[in-house]
Design a protein around this ligand. Structure first.
Ligand code: F6P
Length: 372
């Protein structure tokens, strides 16, 4: 009988429990596997914090948001322990062997894929599932969590229309997505935003203001602007590209760390950029402008039917792959089926909105301003 460990890591999202249930139910019912859950991501593996995942524990979780296992952004190789950053890879490996595991399932986004590859290199048999509301994990058509978050964000854009219209205001709505703009673009299209700003298309503030003023001249006295949290003006994008190039060029380890710290600082300081953008737009247009940050609302609550189906498809395929002894791969969604993609291929990449993507073209065709 195969003994399999399972953990959820990174930011939570709707559909994680459906995925846990999918893997475990399929593994137990079809292949006689038994499962042990690790709490709070890789920290639970390092500290051997476990949870039984027998049949009763899996009942009633399909529709629950969040993750019954808990999660964290901890990395096994850089973990804060008693105030010190430590490499805890060995502890993770020891836990794996202590429980006589045949494999470890890691459910998460880009960071989780990286951590899983690290553990694979340390000798563990790992297999991963892609989740994230950002939909930016590469080599999968889609990640679970995205569909639910998209509906939440689109509903918010919908609701902001009536208040913006009543007050003749501009409302800037910040949508999650710090590197990729899938969520802002999708929610903006579905909610009928007048302007959509995404990280992949650096914007000109003047172009955004002009789009608002054009609407005013046409007798439309309000505007809704959907902005991804990682969207950038052209100037900001240039500054970040310079910092990234410096990191790329750095030859010594110390220089690389220095450049990387600078880049991280930039992104940290950029976190509240929508506050500045809102003020700038108010100054240029002379219209009352308000900001709504959707934040973690987008990650909460019940998963949509599409996310439950996707998580169940990926989870049950994962169990089938485990039964065949496959490991070192991410179980990706490909068309109606699934595909096992080597972790080496997935790690380090990101799925951005490509230029000319049909969603971009559709937004343009209905007259949405993309900030340029
Ligand atoms: O990666 C998913 C995500 O929800 C991003 O959209 C967002 O930038 C980030 O997580 C927020 O992370 P945290 O929950 O750690 O604040």
């Amino acid at each position: 009988m195969k003994q399999v460990g399972i953990l959820t890591s990174g930011g939570d999202c709707p559909g994680l429990n459906a995925a846990i249930r999918g893997v475990c139910r399929a593994g137990q019912e079809n292949y006689g596997m038994s499962f042990i859950g690790f709490r709070d991501g890789f920290r639970g593996l390092v500290q051997d914090q476990t949870m039984e995942l027998e049949s009763k524990a899996l009942s009633g979780i399909l529709t629950l948001g969040g993750t019954i296992l808990g999660t964290s952004r901890d990395k096994p190789h850089r973990m804060l322990v008693s105030g010190k950053m430590c490499d805890m890879t060995e502890a993770a490996v020891e836990t794996y062997h202590r429980h006589h595991l045949d494999a470890l399932v890691c459910i998460g986004g880009g960071g989780t894929q990286k951590n899983a590859l690290h553990l694979k290199k340390a000798g563990l048999k790992v297999i991963t599932l892609p989740k994230t509301i950002d939909n930016d994990v590469p080599y999968t058509d889609v990640s679970f969590g995205f569909d639910t978050a998209l509906a939440i964000a689109a509903d918010a854009v919908d609701r902001l229309h009536s208040t913006a219209m009543s007050h003749h205001r501009v409302i800037v709505v910040e949508v999650m997505g710090h590197r990729a703009g899938w969520l802002a673009l999708g929610a903006g299209i579905a909610g009928g935003a007048d302007v959509i700003l995404i990280p992949e298309i650096p914007y000109k503030v003047d172009a955004v203001a002009e789009a608002v003023l054009r609407r005013t001249r046409a007798g439309k006295k309000f505007s809704i602007i959907a902005v991804a949290e990682g969207a950038m003006s052209r100037e900001q994008a240039k500054a970040v590209a310079k910092l990234a190039a410096a990191k790329e060029k750095a030859r010594t380890k110390a220089k690389k760390r220095e450049a990387s710290d600078k880049l991280q600082k930039f992104h940290q300081e950029h976190l509240d950029h929508t506050v500045g953008l809102t003020q700038e737009l108010q100054d240029i247009t002379g219209m009352e402008t308000r900001l709504t940050i959707l934040g973690h609302l987008q990650r909460g609550g019940t998963p949509s039917a599409a996310d439950r189906v996707l998580a169940t498809r990926l989870g049950t395929s994962c169990a089938a792959l485990l039964s065949e002894g496959t490991h070192g791969v991410m179980v990706a969604a490909r068309g109606d089926g699934t595909e096992a993609v080597p972790l080496e291929k997935v790690v380090g990449g990101k799925k951005f909105v490509p230029p000319g993507h049909p969603w971009i073209e559709a937004a343009k065709r209905v007259g949405t301003c993309l900030g340029v």
